[in-house]
Ligand binder design. Structure first.
Ligand code: NAD
Length: 324
């Protein structure tokens, strides 16, 4: 269970793209804790300098302020790297509906650049962030790899194209790629600010400020909220997965689902608040329910998540209480 027992060779080197962001900075931290070298490539567009400053004095950590849209930058960053954990992308379904061209450039072209750079540098493994949004309007629950519906947003399209390119790079060039379809990740350092912020940090921040959050829709939508530690486990285990498991995408979640209204009420209780939320319209591109079948990752990546929602949310609340 977990990733404590995941061991890499002594001088292993990692590149985390998007390492100044929420998931990427947590990955950098976990790799450094294992005593390995990590390079972070990030253009600080949605990521934060403070997530770089956390590690900058560690001699095992290198920061490259660069953009994955530039192939030469990607090639240089991959030099001497064993494992790539490619997280850099622009997230948010609604933002992608507003600016599809930018998503094409960053998420599709940027990922293709990274695949090409990984191939040129002969890296051992290319592990990358995909998303549960690739399931589109498929109503069947739980979501199972191979049963995808019609895509609902430019963001989902970019992730779906990433998976197809990655599979091709495995098939044609032998680059070992592993796609991780994250389901609503939460935990420390997730940005609570702005209109595109994820729901858990946003609700916690507003409640701590005694303000009423707005719930899109009636609150009866459900998601497989996944604690960050499970995502770290998936990334590290994909790095040691067998070659036969390459060229595929895997659901990464806990495998249960929570209703938004219950989360809201639970947060109010935990924070000692009695605030009535506002209810807004349903969001375009959203689906009502989502949860993952994680059997494929269990079998092929040996993924065995140890953090359920209750345990994760307690840690997240404590972190935000201390750090906001
Ligand atoms: P984040 O915004 O916190 O991190 C993304 C990082 O990528 C940021 O630091 C940003 O500055 C960097 N970046 C963006 N464009 C870049 C570019 N052109 N060049 C270099 N760096 C660039 O987001 P996150 O939540 O940590 O997401 C990480 C990955 O996981 C993304 O690929 C996202 O699509 C995927 N994902 C996240 C979730 C979630 O719930 N957080 C769910 C599914 C998939």
């Amino acid at each position: 269970m977990g990733y404590k027992n995941v061991i890499f060779e002594k001088n292993s080197t990692f590149l985390v793209t998007g390492g100044a962001g929420f998931i990427g900075s947590n990955l950098c931290e976990a790799i450094l804790a294992k005593g390995h070298k990590v390079t972070c490539l990030d253009n600080l567009s949605t990521g934060k300098k403070e997530n770089v400053n956390l590690f900058i004095d560690n001699p095992l950590y290198t920061f490259i302020n660069g953009d994955i849209r530039d192939l030469d930058t990607c090639i240089a960053a991959c030099n001497g790297i064993d494992y790539i954990l490619h997280q850099a992308a622009w997230g948010s379904v609604p933002r992608s509906i507003e600016m599809p061209l930018l998503y094409e450039e960053i998420n599709i072209k940027g990922t293709l650049n990274m695949l090409e750079a990984a191939k040129i540098n002969n890296v051992k493994k290319f592990v990358y962030a995909s998303s549960s949004s690739v399931y589109g309007d498929e109503p069947a629950l739980p979501k199972k790899e191979g049963i995808e519906g019609n895509l609902l947003s430019p963001y989902a399209l970019t992730k779906s194209v990433n998976e197809k390119y990655a599979a091709l790079y495995t098939k044609i060039y032998g680059l070992e790629t592993y796609g991780l379809r994250y389901f609503n990740v939460f935990g420390k350092r997730q940005d609570p600010e702005g209109v595109y912020a994820a729901v858990i940090p946003k609700f916690i921040k507003l409640l701590l400020e005694n303000k009423a959050p707005t719930i899109n829709g009636d609150g009866n939508q459900s998601r497989d909220f996944t604690y960050i530690e499970n995502v770290i486990e998936a990334n590290l285990k994909a790095c040691i997965a067998p070659s036969s498991a390459a060229g595929e995408a895997y659901n990464i979640a806990y495998g249960e689902r929570e209703y938004l209204i219950d989360i809201y009420n639970g947060l109010c209780k935990a924070l000692g608040k009695n605030i009535t939320p506002n209810f807004g319209n349903d969001r375009k591109g959203d689906i009502k329910h989502s949860n993952a079948d994680i059997t494929k990752a269990r079998i092929f990546l040996n993924y065995d998540p140890e953090w359920n929602f209750e345990k994760g949310i307690q840690y997240a609340i404590n972190w935000y209480q201390k750090n906001l």
